[in-house]
Design a protein around this ligand. Structure first.
Ligand code: 5AD
Ligand code: SF4
Length: 481
């Protein structure tokens, strides 16, 4: 492994072989694609934005639900036509589908290369072998691989906010979920490389990092030479928050069974850690939670929410929901709606259950809620959440938030958009501000998805200045290993 850092933004060069990459799925995949571009750029490829110019097309795929996979299979048909126009073109399938559908993908006429989530370092070598006329496949898991030494090349970047992976894989066994099968065992990245990556981002002008893991709360790094030295997620969060008080720190995703109060106290101590927790609940019914193997009850979830609100009164909470899991009764569904009414999530991501081959649910339970019932329940969940989000946003009218400007708004070229610490999108007239500035925005209107306001005051360059940040000594709060 080398410790050399690469350039943080793509370096286009028309004279080099051209790489075109498409990414589907979650933020984890976005960050993986950035790692892939780094590996490929080092091997002499240049990133291009148009498929027609490409010598190599890589598609980084998602398997979470059947419709995600179907969409990607549709793209492969388009790549097949592209290959007819340009026979030397090579097409590689990366990511979660690569691990799940390896042989089927390799047999697809458009595909030359199938590479799983732990094998991206081998891409240049595998492409070389493809050039000799042989299709290539490498989908084995490598539990040591976390790409810690590779500095992701930030594509599609606003230059303001970046993802930083802290763990890979997942050791939970949620009955519906394909992730452990396609991303392998959980592993934590060493804190020094995380710190180095964040420092590099700050040096390149970034103002916000989002620490990524399937379950950030199970982050645990132990010194291989001295196992008594370890770092848990609360401590890592503190380490990152201390890098620069002007840097906003976010994280995704928390697990209700693992989120420690230590994390909440750390959030309370550092104003630059944003007051937002994404805490997927999936269902409000104990029967369904047990079947899903989520390892918490409705009551325990509500208790966690209570603790969050006690320690962090202005913290936003978002959630994920699955409608129509196996054996879900009308009463189970009603329990989900009642939990939503109790918690009042600020935002939610809502899905209808999609059976994934190989998962515990596929093997042990029947996918027996009819599609039209799943759709109807999902629609009810969405309608209720829209109402709750609107109420949550209406409560913000008249309040002032510190907003980090991310770019021009879609509504008007005269407006910017950015997010409040609570992760709410705010839209406001530009005035004299610029992308990357922190501004104080007072809210005067809203929809269920957006807060609309106006800048009331520019913050000094330091940003995050409205709250005095004390330099609290490390480990001043209860930490759970
Ligand atoms: N069907 C529907 N939704 C799913 N999710 C994960 N697996 C499935 C599935 N098989 C949802 C969960 C998870 C989010 C990332 O995707 O809500 O939190
Ligand atoms: Fe992300 Fe899961 Fe989709 Fe893989 S399957 S890209 S981990 S959402």
């Amino acid at each position: 492994m080398t410790n050399k850092f690469h350039t943080i933004r793509p370096v286009p060069n028309a004279l080099l072989p051209q790489l075109y990459i498409e990414t589907y799925g979650c933020q984890m995949n976005v960050n993986d694609s950035e790692v892939v571009v780094s590996v490929m750029q080092d091997a002499g490829y240049s990133l291009c934005q148009e498929m027609d110019k490409a010598d190599v097309i890589l598609v980084n795929t998602c398997s979470i639900r059947d419709n995600a996979e179907q969409r990607i299979l549709g793209r492969l048909d388009l790549f097949r036509l592209q290959k007819k126009k340009k026979p030397a073109l090579k097409v590689g399938v990366l990511g979660c589908m690569a691990g799940r559908l390896e042989k089927e993908l390799l047999n697809h006429v458009a595909v030359d290369l199938v590479v799983g989530t732990d094998a991206y370092r081998q891409l240049p070598k595998l492409l070389e072998a493809v050039s000799q006329g042989n299709k290539q496949i490498e989908t084995r898991f490598n539990p040591q691989e976390n790409y810690a030494d590779i500095s992701p090349v930030r594509m599609d970047t606003n230059g303001v906010s970046a993802f930083v992976s802290i763990t890979r894989g997942c050791n939970n066994a949620c009955a519906y979920c394909v992730v452990p099968f396609v991303r392998g065992q959980e592993r934590s990245r060493d804190p020094q490389s995380i710190e180095r990556e964040v420092i590099e981002l700050v040096a390149n002008g970034y103002k916000e990092v989002c620490l990524l893991g399937q379950n950030v709360d199970s982050y645990l790094w132990a010194d291989s030479h001295d196992p008594t030295k370890y770092l848990n997620f609360a401590q890592l969060l503190e380490l990152v928050a201390l890098i620069d008080p002007k840097l906003r720190v976010r994280f995704l995703t928390s697990h209700p069974k693992d989120m420690s109060s230590g994390v909440l106290y750390t959030m309370a101590m550092y104003p630059n850690i944003c007051n937002h927790i994404h805490l997927p609940v999936q269902s409000g019914s104990n029967q369904i939670l047990k079947k899903m193997n989520r390892k918490y009850t409705r009551e325990e979830y509500l208790e966690r929410i209570k603790t969050i609100r006690e320690i962090l009164p202005d913290c936003a909470v978002s959630g994920d929901f699955i409608a129509g899991f196996c054996d879900e009764t009308p009463q189970d569904h009603a329990n989900t709606l009642s939990l939503m009414n109790q918690v009042k999530f600020d935002q939610a991501f809502m899905f209808q259950y999609s059976e994934r081959p190989g998962t515990k649910a596929a093997k042990m339970y029947q996918d027996n809620v009819p599609e039209e019932v799943k759709t109807q329940r999902l629609n009810e969940i969405i309608a209720l959440q829209n109402q709750i989000s609107l109420e949550s946003n209406r409560r913000d009218i008249g309040k002032t938030f510190e907003v980090l400007i991310e770019g021009p708004s879609k509504r008007s070229p005269l407006e910017y958009f950015g997010r409040s610490p609570q992760n709410k999108v705010c839209v406001f007239p530009k005035e004299n501000s610029k992308v990357g500035d922190y501004v104080q925005v007072t809210i005067h209107n809203c929809s269920s998805a957006t807060l609309i306001g106006a800048i009331t005051e520019d913050l000094p360059a330091a940003g995050l200045g409205s709250r005095i940040r004390s330099h609290i000594s490390k480990l001043a709060h209860p930490i759970q290993p």
